[in-house]
Design a protein around this ligand. Structure first.
Ligand code: AMP
Ligand code: GLY
Length: 429
């Protein structure tokens, strides 16, 4: 098969690495990709929002399967575009159409969907600027901290958690006044849930068939012990020790199946990955958010633990024939450590020469924000490169990843050393 993977981050580097191992693969293209994907595939320099250009690649390169990595093209209808194209053979497309992608594109849509199918989630109401006074009344019925979410996409920044009631009201006003552009014209206000988060990933085929992929936990704060500002993700581990059989049965019965049955009932032809952002509240799972793609940097750890042929699973999902298929999972632990630019997630510099990648022997290196310049690999984003290792437990996977992360250098490089450490208390039985 000829496969076109859309995207350019660490997630796509890890997907490309896994896809490249498949016996079903003839040729892999990544659009636009990065220097990491260039080592195992052919990059095509095109924007993920250029749907006509991507359609042309599909024709020119005789693509059989398109795999869409990031959410924005999905929310904007890339799958509809490719599947409705006329005058040539239509490829299989893995990634929901715009109707399914609303699960990530609109928090209010996601909350209403969960309400319709009794999927456990925080109590909520949605308001607009016209109903500001009712919004304040609703806030009064909740306890601090107050959770305010821009309805539309806001590059992961649209959620405000505020302790102080008056500040929450002021924040709400700013959101209605355009703090996140039109994405915050509507705001979901919800009850704060207290617990530990995890990410559960499912691949589904639009016909009720699904497989559950390895779960993972990501680490969002810049500082160790989850201190400091939020980032795009500083590392991840898989498996998550508290996600035992009893917990995962609840996830499957109370969350995954009702979600997929909801798609069938509402004629949402959802072929692709579903990312359930969950929180464990006293051993019961609640949905914090849906995403319509894989997570980053969870994918880096998840891909290392999939023993099945991912291409076979993705092809079956995109073709509507996943029923009866299984995902074989490596029982070892994977840990991912992200190297970021000094100053990130605030102001940081790009263009720093990266050295030492070739010295990494026991881990897998996945590029995130890198570029090629004058025969060097240089930093080209806040999250630059990640190192993923397998081990018999969290400590051994993390130690290998940290040893290898220390071999990679660029001016200002920083990484957390405590990825997964908070989960050790669950592993001592
Ligand atoms: P989201 O963009 O919906 O994932 O929200 C970003 C982060 O805010 C989540 O990963 C949680 O850490 C936190 N969060 C969102 N909603 C809630 C909630 N209802 N209770 C507690 N934390 C939340
Ligand atoms: N790791 C969280 C996300 O990809 O949204």
């Amino acid at each position: 098969m000829n496969i076109l993977l859309i995207g350019s981050g660490g997630r796509e580097s890890a997907l490309a690495w896994k896809i490249s191992q498949s016996p079903l693969l003839n040729k892999l293209y990544v659009a636009p990709g990065n220097p990491g994907t260039a080592e195992i595939a052919e990059n095509i320099n095109i924007s993920v929002s250029d749907f006509n250009g991507i359609e042309k690649i599909v024709i020119d390169k005789e693509i059989d399967l398109v795999v869409v990595g990031p959410e924005n093209p999905l929310i904007d209808g890339i799958s509809d575009h490719l599947l409705n194209a006329k005058g040539h053979k239509i490829p299989l497309v893995l990634g929901p159409k715009a109707d399914g992608a609303r699960l990530e594109g609109s928090k209010d849509f996601a909350k209403q969907f969960m309400e319709r199918y009794n999927i456990p989630t925080a109590k909520y109401k949605t308001f607009t600027g016209d109903t500001y006074n009712q919004a304040v009344e609703f806030l009064k019925t909740l306890k601090a901290p107050y959770v305010l979410k821009a309805d539309g996409p806001a590059a992961g920044k649209g959620v405000i958690i505020e302790q102080d009631f008056d500040k929450a009201c002021a924040e709400l006003k700013e959101m209605f006044d355009g703090k996140f552009g039109k994405s915050s014209a509507s705001v979901v206000i919800e009850e704060f849930l207290s617990g530990i988060e995890l990410s559960v990933f499912v691949l589904t085929d639009g016909r009720g068939g699904y497989v559950i992929l390895p779960e993972a936990k990501d680490y969002k704060r810049i500082g160790e012990n989850d201190q400091g500002l939020n980032t795009g993700g500083m590392g991840s581990v898989s498996p998550v020790p508290f996600a035992d059989n009893i917990f995962m049965d609840k996830v499957e019965n109370q969350i995954i199946r009702p979600t997929i049955n909801g798609f069938l009932r509402e004629n949402i032809d959802y072929k692709g990955f579903i990312f359930f952002g969950l929180i464990n509240v006293n051993n019961n799972p609640f949905v914090i958010e849906y995403n319509v793609r894989m997570g980053d940097p969870e994918t880096e750890s998840v891909m290392m633990r999939i023993n099945s042929d991912l291409v076979e699973l993705m092809r079956s999902a995109a073709a509507g024939s996943l029923s009866g298929k299984k995902c074989l999972i490596d029982s070892r632990t994977a840990a991912t450590v992200m190297l970021v630019a000094g100053g990130y997630p605030e102001k940081y510099e790009k263009g720093k020469i990266i050295s030492g990648i070739e010295n990494v022997k026991n881990s897998q290196v996945f590029h995130a924000g890198t570029a090629s310049k004058n025969n060097n690999i240089v930093s080209d984003g806040g999250r630059v490169i990640c190192v993923t290792a397998l081990g018999s437990d969290i400590n051994s996977a993390l130690n290998t990843a940290l040893d290898d992360a220390n071999k990679i250098n660029f001016d200002g490089a920083y990484h957390r050393r405590d990825i997964g450490k908070d989960l050790l208390k669950f592993t001592i039985k």
